[in-house]
Design a protein around this ligand. Sequence first.
Ligand code: PEP
Length: 255
Amino acid sequence: MRKYFIAGNWKMNKNAAESVALAEELVRTMGQQYDVDAVICPPFTSLQGVARVIENSTIKVGAQNMHHEQSGAYTGEVSPEMLRHLYVSYVILGHSERRTLFGETDAFINAKVKAALHNRLRPILCVGETLEEREADRMFEVVETQLAGGLDGVEADQTDLLVIAYEPVWAIGTGKTATPDQAEEMHRRIRDWLKKRFSDSVAERIRIVYGGSMKPSNAADLLKNPNIDGGLIGGASLEGRSFADLVKAAAGKSK
Ligand code: PEP
């Protein structure tokens, strides 16, 4: 049984006041949601305000990135301990924008994954191929390399905290969605890889969610696939109504 997981990645959008307003709207409109793990990931500057708003709701808060060290001379960075202190539960790691715009490597992402697990933060590890890589039929190799690098040294007994997000780079913010068949094919492949890397039972427990222009109008077709356990949502999470609709689309479908 895997509970559906829907997370909103607000990216570099919404100042502190706007974030609080959106979080308040979500608490009001979504009610208590026990069938789905609903997570919102505002910018660092909004974490504290949003964490206060969602305190008595079933919504959880996530960060969009972090450094792997606990403290030190890392100007501009934020540590796992700082996130824990703000009651942050999840952290997005290895998002394609971090990989391409900020040069994050699998080894760097791996250090963060291990630091998150060590601090009992739940990593949402993002993997996905570019359009060129898909057209060259290299998508499985690329994603498996990212998984192997990102999860290097991670033990089976730490994986209860882990969420994998398959986000084809060509579908992020472009309005192009992977077809449900393309997404399911990759998710199955990822689960098979997790079986080999850990075990059948571990792989069956890990949520593998889809990201890339997911919205209320295409969610149902994606979510009905056996290996698609939810979504990581960018654009459509910035508007209360559409994020709440995505959570509702996933509700009651626990596998
Ligand atoms: C993302 O950036 O994680 C994402 C999936 O964005 P969008 O939904 O806007 O494609």
